[in-house]
Design a protein around this ligand. Sequence first.
Ligand SMILES: *Cc1c(COP(=O)(O)O)cnc(C)c1O
Length: 232
Amino acid sequence: MKSIAEPLKSVRQEIEKAAAAAGHPVKLLAVSKAHPVALLEAAYKAGQRDFGENYVQEALQKIADLRTHEDIIWHYIGPLQSNKTRDVAEAFQWVHTVDRLKIARRLSEQRPPHLSPLQVCIQVNISGESQKAGVTLPECEALAQEISQLPNLSLRGLMCIPRAGASEDELRQAFREMRLLQSRLRKDHPQLDTLSMGMSGDYLIAIEEGATIVRVGSRIFGARSPRKEPKE
Ligand SMILES: *Cc1c(COP(=O)(O)O)cnc(C)c1O
């Protein structure tokens, strides 16, 4: 089996250095979609606790397989459809991809009462791509206001996935807009402490621009075999 401990360690060291330079803590979310549970287990043994998954059925199986590791924090980072909100509300601690009120309401209603509130980020369509998930900058404020009223959700911050193939300048620009938006929203929502941005190709840039959670997959787990998005 591939060694996970080594790439995990070097990613951690880079993040620590960048976080120290940026002057704020940064959490590493290990994005384990499309990788077998044995690799998650190896990452867990190497100290990783936060895992990000994109596909509900695949994630539920992994969560069941690893249920004895009670200190794992599961983050849902995939597209959210109404018919999947119950599974997500029951099995995850974080959702990074909330982009409409209907989904937020369902997550709040379906969050089991014995669990702490679901930690959520609003996904922002920062590059303005028409086919992309996420709210536009002007829509974000209203959605934040509405989510903050929902009893079983705790609004923590903003998430983005910049345009694929964006240049470094474009990435920095996008990350800066996210940070500005966050500081505007914090006037009404001081608890907004999270900027979920940066992936394998750009997480150090994202940290320089203010990311507090970076979502790193292939740099840790290696390339994913190409797959069609499953119908869920
Ligand atoms: C797959 C994925 C990642 C990780 O991508 P890598 O380039 O493999 O690091 C991060 N965020 C989201 C939303 C993803 O879907």
